[in-house]
Unconditional design. Sequence first.
Length: 153
Amino acid sequence: MSIEVEVQRIAAAGPNEADIQRWVSAALHAEQRDDAELTVRIVDEDESTELNEQYRHKSGPTNVLSFPFECPPEVELDLLGDLVICAPVVQREAREQGKQEMAHWAHMIVHGTLHLLGYDHLQQDEAEAMERREISIMEELGYTNPYRLEAEQ
């Protein structure tokens, strides 16, 4: 069993590497993945904006971008891809949504990791399946449902 997470920081904010590793591992274990490699890059709004515009053709920064690695079928690698998380956006969303900041960070890591595993939320049924998975993983980590505002709980 080997889960390797490389953490790169452009922005100084955000969780420590041990928390990131724990959150990624929880998402992977929930999907019966015990071997995987991925990179988590914590960036500022400038880099997030640039990547969001270049790859999603949307303006401005976003909380998390997922870049799955598409391995040729004849090559065996456990590389899942890269997550790019914008620290200022995650911090701002946590405040605006009345969530604990570390809980929101955990949710963004879990959400992005599930994207690397092939989950999506473009269609209603896909979104519901992905949300159910996220809620379950977050509860296993000791966090509340990330789709409910703190005031509702």
